[in-house]
Design a protein around this ligand. Structure first.
Ligand code: AMP
Ligand code: MG
Length: 433
């Protein structure tokens, strides 16, 4: 068994006392093993699940050439000169679902509606707005340069070609994917089983909802934040409640979490002062590194593996993330470090989160040598340019700064002070959260 310390020593920039965010992200990614079990689910139940195998299109979509407009279908030979006016007699009509069965020659056309199969011999459609109909409605006339050969026709297989991969394994299924599979006539798909994530909060000061708030205590908010962030990732959750700062309680919670989940998330109890007791405990049945990340908020961070048995390697394994206790730090650490790994372990193909740039409306204090994720309110001006204003308090304990914000302002590891008007990277919450 390679231990995390052995592995981490080979990582460039590995310094557990000031670990750059990018190095932490790279290390945790290496330990993500995707779940392998597969389930077959009905199409509607596939929403937000991870596709287990490529879907190869069994048919052409559309299955036949068809008209993209309401108009008249004819053969491009009628445009031969490309000048003057074209005069065609109407041989019949085709509606979506009601094809025209006859044949036409170059002097004829067929009245077609959008989605109607292209009649045999026809390859071009002139939209009805561009034609003049004769008084007896038996023929049409239009300018030869009004359409080009082959115009306004959708080709068979243009959307999806038979035999080609329509969707790739690893895809998280969205609305369009469900529609796309339905267009192929596919009513069931194979998806990976959901990742199982157990989580709990630690701290003697924490009270659960419904309990009285005695002096010095606070309500446990992290479990609700974690619940919501995990829900968005569509994982199976196991909420183990609040665990006291007592070795026996903590050990029991961690080992039972490892027994039933793929991943264990905790919050609190890993900052300096508290860490010693947790650290010792985690060495007895786990392989866990305690990091100080070069990141703000979210400096203390523990990562590794725990087992349900009495020593490392014994019993069922789980990946372990010890998040800080401060409520904003929990969210930042989750989005910046944990989220990607949970998606990878779910079997999903991941991409870096989109970042856009905005001009800061205020100077921002920042020291080089750590990555900061400040909370900001971004908006577009009348010219479409993005601006961002940091929220009032940037304290890692002030959760209202997250609710007030609509983006993270991402200040890179090497960046220093930001001047008013300077462009900064932002990560919008919409779509992410
Ligand atoms: P810790 O990392 O355990 O020292 O916690 C740091 C700060 O976060 C302390 O002020 C804790 O009271 C607070 N905190 C820890 N866990 C939670 C939680 N689950 N909900 C709300 N606040 C918490
Ligand atoms: Mg604590």
């Amino acid at each position: 068994m390679t231990t995390l310390n052995e592995f981490s020593r080979c990582v460039a920039q590995y310094d557990p006392h000031a670990l750059p965010v990018s190095a932490a992200q790279a290390i945790v990614r290496q330990w993500a093993t995707p779940v392998t079990a597969i389930e077959r689910v009905a199409l509607r139940d596939a929403l937000d699940r991870v596709l287990a195998a490529d879907i190869v299109s069994p048919i052409d979509v559309p299955s036949h050439d068809n008209s993209a407009m309401d108009g008249y279908a004819f053969n491009q030979a009628a445009l031969a000169n490309g000048t003057g006016s074209v005069h065609l007699s109407i041989a019949g009509k085709a509606l979506a679902g009601h094809p025209f069965a006859g044949r036409v020659d170059a002097s004829q056309c067929v009245r077609v509606m959008t989605g109607a199969s292209m009649p045999a011999d026809c390859d071009t459609v002139v939209p009805q707005e561009l034609v003049e109909r004769s008084a007896d409605a038996a023929s049409i006339r239009f300018a030869a340069d009004a359409v080009t050969a082959g115009a306004n026709r959708r080709l068979a297989g243009e959307d999806l070609a038979r035999g080609h991969a329509a969707l790739r394994a690893g895809r998280i299924m969205r609305a369009s994917d469900l529609g796309l599979l339905a267009s192929l006539g596919i009513g069931e798909v194979e998806v990976r089983r959901r990742l199982r994530v157990a989580f709990f909060s630690t701290g003697d000061e924490l009270r659960s909802l419904g309990e009285p708030l005695d002096p010095g205590s606070v309500y446990d908010s992290n479990r609700y934040t974690l619940f919501a962030m995990l829900r968005r990732l569509n994982v199976d959750m196991l909420d183990l409640g609040v665990v006291r700062d007592e070795p026996a309680a903590l050990e029991a919670a961690l080992r039972s979490a490892a027994a039933s989940a793929d991943v264990v998330l905790t919050s609190g109890g890993i900052s300096v002062g508290e860490a010693d007791f947790t650290r010792q405990l985690l060495q007895t049945f786990g392989d866990v590194a305690f990091w100080s990340l070069a990141m703000r908020p979210g400096r203390p961070f523990a990562f590794g593996r725990v087992w349900s048995g009495a020593r490392p390697g014994a019993g069922a394994p789980a990946l372990f993330f010890g998040l800080p206790g401060n409520p904003v730090a929990v969210m930042v650490a989750f989005y910046q470090i944990v989220r990607d790994v949970l998606l990878l372990m779910s079997g999903a193909t991941t991409r870096p989160l989109p970042v856009i740039h905005a001009a800061s409306r205020r100077p921002i204090r920042k020291r080089a040598g750590r990555t900061e994720f400040q909370r900001g309110v971004a908006e577009q001006d009348a010219h479409g340019h993005w601006h961002v204003t940091p929220t009032g308090s940037q304290s890692s304990g002030v959760l209202s700064s997250m609710s007030e914000a609509n983006c993270f302002i991402v200040l890179g590891h090497d960046e220093g002070e930001i001047e008013q008007g300077e462009r900064v990277a932002i990560m919008l919450f919409d779509g992410l959260i």
